[in-house]
Design a protein around this ligand. Structure first.
Ligand SMILES: [Zn+2]
Length: 214
């Protein structure tokens, strides 16, 4: 009996890849296994991958492939923070690669009810990590006015984003604002957030997300 327990424990002990559950070769240095890393490398977005969202350009380091989607799910819904750090690092690298400078970081806000329900705040987490890596401050410039349902079609979502944000204050800030979100699909959320910021007097806004649908 003990042997069986010992066996099942030793089967559990080697840390596994959170994406595919294969054993990691070097768990102290690997977040995901080499196969998964290779696959995610194939999802790197190149320079021409920029999505316009209203008046703001949105850049992203990864194309939203199945692999990236699984990793994003681990970060957003299973509180896998090291995955979030991995994404933030890739976002900072993308901004450096494109020589995009910014002065203040802000993020797509979640409604307080949603934060309570999910127990996490992925966009703020990414913004804080980007801040730590870039040395630029985070400011909460937007507030969510209502609880946006996430399980609706893209077409309905475009209609549904109207008036979901308001500016926290109308103070004019000189310099470029980096607006952070996790994934860009239709771009309607980023466009709406950009519009509200423009109306509040913020002039230069650049968007960054971890992944984008192309
Ligand atoms: Zn794997």
């Amino acid at each position: 009996m003990l042997q069986i327990i010992q066996k099942s424990i030793s089967l559990l002990i080697p840390p596994v890849c959170p994406v595919c559950e294969k054993n990691l070769i070097d768990p102290s240095r690997e977040l995901i296994c080499r196969d998964c890393f290779q696959k995610v490398s194939l999802s790197f977005a190149d320079e021409k991958h920029v999505k316009p969202a209203g008046r703001i350009p949105v850049y992203f380091p990864f194309i939203y492939t199945e692999q990236v989607k699984r990793m994003m799910h681990l970060f957003k819904f299973e509180n896998f923070e090291s995955m979030g750090r991995f994404f933030a690092q890739a976002m900072v690298s993308k901004l450096e690669e494109l020589s995009i400078d910014f002065d203040i970081i802000t993020y797509i806000p979640s409604h307080p009810a949603r934060i309570r329900e999910k127990g996490s705040y992925p966009t703020r987490f990414l913004a804080m990590e980007i801040s730590r890596m870039s040395g630029r401050p985070v400011k909460e410039l937007l507030r969510a006015t209502r609880y946006k349902r996430s399980q609706i079609s893209a077409k309905d979502r475009a209609k549904n984003v109207k008036d979901i944000f308001e500016a926290v204050d109308d103070m004019e800030i000189e310099g470029t604002i980096l607006l952070v979100d996790d994934v860009i699909t239709t771009g309607s959320t980023m466009a709406e957030a950009g519009k509200v910021l423009h109306e509040a007097g913020y002039k230069r806004i650049v968007g960054i997300t971890a992944a984008g649908k192309v």
